[in-house]
Design a protein around this ligand. Structure first.
Ligand SMILES: Nc1ncnc2c1ncn2[C@@H]1O[C@H](COP(=O)(O)OP(=O)(O)OP(=O)(O)O)[C@@H](O)[C@H]1O
Ligand SMILES: [Mg+2]
Length: 279
């Protein structure tokens, strides 16, 4: 590592939620392409390497870019970190740490390193969270999914909130960073798959999430609506930010424009749009 490399520190963005299928990989891909299109150099690490959704998304993107006449499909530098198969917990943790640090060192010259994580708890995922400057948690817009942040009960007309194991894990990572005098993790929870019809559920979720935000110390971002386009883009490895490019085969509709605006708003809420990053 050169002297300049030692001083440079990329910003680390981790996308995490122990609940499966909450939109982590979809959000990761959209954040990564947004940052690339703003001109940043981005590294990506798939900590859910066995399932490998982000890795496959990027492989599809590379295939699309290779087969396309235009060369304006930006790519991140990607690493896939598999969980150790060592027989003892101690040996596997040592190996996991070494593998993750190797991937991070290889990507250290980037402006951002973005991690996608699995929908379950394991040492490698927890280790990934410990490096987060920014943690983004997509949350499906249902009370069932909110349970992953905290158990909510009503007792004597009062709301009783008990943090979930995931929230406790984030709390522990924050404590450790405080001990190490590192900058606190900026935790942003975003609502995903917001329904266009169920206004009451949306409102009730909103009220509870405000309570949780204060208690668990996260910021709330509005996130993405429920839109078919998010599912359709995966085979081509594209995101809503790519649809203006020639040859995507997708005609921009009003719904796509609105969806793209949601992605930009998320970036701004997180503080990662160009103006806010450079100031
Ligand atoms: N806003 C959305 N509207 C419609 N479909 C969505 C939206 N967000 C995600 N999806 C779809 O939901 C499914 C799960 O999304 P994704 O794979 O991103 O979740 P995940 O949290 O990474 O899942 P896992 O925990 O299994 O890794 C995918 O089919 C994806 O296309
Ligand atoms: Mg995933």
């Amino acid at each position: 590592m050169t002297e300049q490399n030692k001083q440079h520190r990329p910003r680390i963005v981790v996308i995490g939620n122990e609940k499966g299928g909450s939109g982590k990989s979809t959000t990761t891909m959209h954040l990564v392409v947004s940052l690339l299109r703003e001109g940043y150099r981005v590294g990506t690490i798939d900590l859910d390497a066995r399932q490998g959704t982000l890795s496959r998304y990027l492989e599809n993107r590379a295939s699309f870019a290779n087969g396309s006449s235009n060369n304006s499909i930006p790519m991140p530098e990607h690493r896939r970190v598999y969980r150790s198969q060592a027989l003892t917990t101690e040996a596997s943790e040592v190996e996991d740490k070494a593998n993750l640090e190797k991937a991070m060192t290889e990507l250290w010259d980037r402006d951002f390193i973005v991690f996608d994580t699995p929908g379950s708890d394991n040492y490698l995922s927890r280790l990934g969270h410990s490096y987060a400057d920014i943690l983004v948690t997509p949350l499906n817009d249902s009370f069932l999914d909110m349970d992953m942040l905290a158990k909510v009960e009503v007792q004597d007309d009062e709301l009783k909130l008990t943090p979930s194991t995931y929230s406790q894990m984030v709390w522990e990572q924050r404590q450790q960073r405080a001990v190490q005098r590192k900058k606190p993790i900026d935790w942003v929870v975003m609502r995903n798959r917001l329904s266009h019809i169920d206004a009451k559920n949306k409102r009730d979720m909103g009220v509870l999430l405000e309570h949780l935000a204060k208690r668990l110390q996260f910021r709330l971002a509005s996130g993405f609506g429920e839109r078919v386009i998010f599912r359709e883009l995966f085979p081509k490895g594209l995101t809503l930010l790519d649809l203006d490019e020639k040859g995507t085969g997708v005609t921009m509709s009003m719904s796509h424009v609105a969806a793209r605006q949601e992605v930009r708003s998320l970036l701004s809420a997180i503080g990662l749009d160009k103006e806010e990053v450079s100031t």
